[in-house]
Design a binder for this molecule. Structure first.
Ligand SMILES: [Zn+2]
Length: 105
C-alpha cells in the first residue's frame, strides 16, 4: 500500500504534500498490505449497484501506516489480523490473515 507519512507519525493512503495534522511536508511511503482491525460494522443496506450484505472494517495498516476503510464479506472483531487488497474502484477489501500470529499495528 502506498501513501504518505509525516515525521509527527501521521500517515495517509494518498499522496499528500502537507501533513493535515501538523502542516509539515510529508514523504511518500509504502507499507505491507496487512493490518489490524480497529472496528467493523455491518452494512444493512449496501450502496446502489452493490451486492449485499457487506461489512465495513476500519483497519490500522501495519508498520505505523494509515487507517483505511475496507469492505469485507464477514464482520471482523477488533484486533483481528487481516490482509488488504485493492482490486478495483479504489476500494480496499480485506480478509483474515492466513494463520500467523497477530500483526502489530
Ligand atoms: Zn505531521
Amino acid at each position: 500500500m502506498k501513501g504518505s507519512k509525516c515525521r509527527c507519525g501521521f500517515a495517509v493512503n494518498t499522496a499528500n504534500i502537507k501533513c493535515p495534522k501538523c502542516g509539515k511536508n510529508m514523504k511518500s511511503a509504502k507499507w505491507a498490505d496487512e493490518g489490524t482491525v480497529i472496528s467493523c460494522v455491518k452494512v444493512g443496506f449496501p450502496p446502489e449497484g452493490e451486492h449485499g450484505p457487506m461489512n465495513i472494517a476500519l483497519v490500522q495498516v501495519a508498520g505505523r501506516g494509515p487507517k483505511v476503510i475496507c469492505w469485507t464479506d464477514v464482520c471482523f472483531s477488533t484486533g483481528d489480523a487481516v490482509t488488504i487488497s485493492e482490486p478495483a474502484k479504489q476500494r480496499y477489501l480485506c480478509q483474515k490473515a492466513s494463520g500467523q500470529s497477530a500483526i502489530r499495528p
